[in-house]
Design a protein around this ligand. Sequence first.
Ligand SMILES: Nc1ncnc2c1ncn2[C@@H]1O[C@H](COP(=O)(O)OP(=O)(O)OP(=O)(O)O)[C@@H](O)[C@H]1O
Length: 650
Amino acid sequence: MTSALLLDELDACADEGGLRRLGCAFARFIATLADVPPCVLLSCVLLSELESRGDTCLSLDDLVEDPCAKLHLTPEQCERLHRAIGSFPASKADWAQTFSRCEQVYTPGKTDHHQPLVLENDRLYLRRFWRDERSTARLVGMRAQTRRTVDPERAKALLDKMFPRARDEHEPDWQKIACAIAARSQVAIITGGPGTGKTYTVARLLALLYALSTRPQQLRFALAAPSGKAAVRLKQSIDKALQKLGDQVGGDIDVAGLMAAIPTSGTLHSLLGANPTTRAVRHDVNNPLDVDVLIVDEASMVHLEMMADVLEALPANAILVLLGDKDQLSSVEAGAVLGDLCDGAQAGNYDPETAEYVLRTSGERLPPAMVGTGSPLAQCTVMLRKSHRYGGAIGQLALAVNANEVARAQDILSQTADDAVAWRDRARQADLLDLAVRGRAGAEGGYARYLELVAAGPQDAGEAAHEEWVTKVLLAFDQFRVLCAVRQGDWGVEGVNEAIEQRLIQEKFIVRSGEWYAGRPVMVTQNDHAMGVFNGDVGVTLPDASAQKRLRVYFQGEVRVKSVLPTRLPHIETAYAMTVHKVQGSEYAHTVLALPNKSSAVVVRELIYTGITRASTWFTLCTPNAAVLQDGMYTQTKRISGLRDFMRQH
Ligand SMILES: Nc1ncnc2c1ncn2[C@@H]1O[C@H](COP(=O)(O)OP(=O)(O)OP(=O)(O)O)[C@@H](O)[C@H]1O
């Protein structure tokens, strides 16, 4: 009876917009399977809500405090739920007992009936997240314990060639250390902020593996990233780094042979042969990937399910290298895998045996404070600590935000000596629109530049001139971007896009007669394999090369531009302004970050850090209310996950 009452109250909360319907439907489904106490049904709804926020499980500690508090409901709605439930288990042990008595909850050690819920390590899981966390921990743990044999003299000779030491350099060369460590590992993690040389390092790692291999011509490499754009960027950066390396090392390493052996880079979805509609993958433990070395870039964006799939599909003797910035926003979907795996990366936690190996193979001495005891994975993890891209204000600002030094961040933002950083505080939306159209003094950017190119059109008739023009327009558009933290309101991506469009019409940069017009930038919001466009791809609408001036949307492909008819793109949104989440893995010469006028759970330190580090040359912060910056910097997202605990068990 109370269960029925609770389910009705939950539906009422969903009707009022306070809860996702999916969670309520899940609770109803569980109630049809067995006689389940109301507090367990509420936990089902909570699990579903938490999943939508990126958590993989529900901690019993949170339940003891107040299960309703986590639901973000009104006090009145909470009271109704409390009334329907009656009383809650009083302690963590009582909650654990309630769950373990429930038929629909599996507790490891008991008979497994494939129940939809699982209780382990004082956490309640939906079964698929429990399975993925366990399997990720098991497979990463197994790989971390496997050592490959490396000839230390040969490795040192190669590493010395690839990383010549500057005379005045006294700090350890973490890039060289990363290569030495990764060369003996079946799984390696190379983490670091933007411009710390993750790609530079991995290009050298590939050269090292190639040169150390007894059968280099047969080595099968694969490069992948969570988004198409990041995949394209990875291959371009590796090619560039290898070309330079070839000039540096001459004939000592067959860099040309290596470059020929490296295929184009793709998304993780395409690597695994994922079916976009069913989530099924073609490659798994029974049909493993045909690779010896897999490099995954932007690993902070890889969600739990994807990481578990990659690990399952990778042959046991293949080398997996994860590259990413552990401090960036986590994946949109549930999990914070890279952050969890990099738990001790800052501290190092290297064993004396690792320190000795690193010294022998690279000549680098690990700082004594970082040597002690650590997990097997810590022996395979390296954090790069020196930015080669930012010496100035942007780098300092990113560091201050990351270290939660609010006053220092505000000082850097307020200084006027360095044009790289500017702060528009107490901004009105009109200030943001000025920035969006013309940029600011001391910094290039503003959408006027690419729209002037659009208006000028190709220099000549013919396909070649058209393609040259399209490439220039896409390049110019990609120099500048307005980023928003939220979706709704005057400072959200929807309102800002609309306002920028109106301003561009007023200033006659665009002529809009319908939904589609020349110059309209759009972002794809759903993968479309048939059209070859993927979630997050950004293109610009332009007249095609024919005399009819029919509009097409042009995207930068890996080698050439590709185009799609607007009518073939049902899932897009205008992209003058984009959310910070959507631009992870991208970089613009000038980035403008607009924060909303009220603090919210979305504006957190990782988001501000990720926004700042999208800028390569100029960064402008636009805040209607400076308190939102402060509040955001103080707040760090803590995704609930049991991966760290599972890792400790392996
Ligand atoms: N040891 C080094 N010596 C000289 N230049 C370097 C070194 N390491 C990196 N760089 C240069 O610094 C720039 C940034 O390096 P890279 O792109 O590898 O960094 P990243 O960490 O992969 O950046 P992102 O966060 O954008 O992915 C590149 O131009 C690279 O050539």
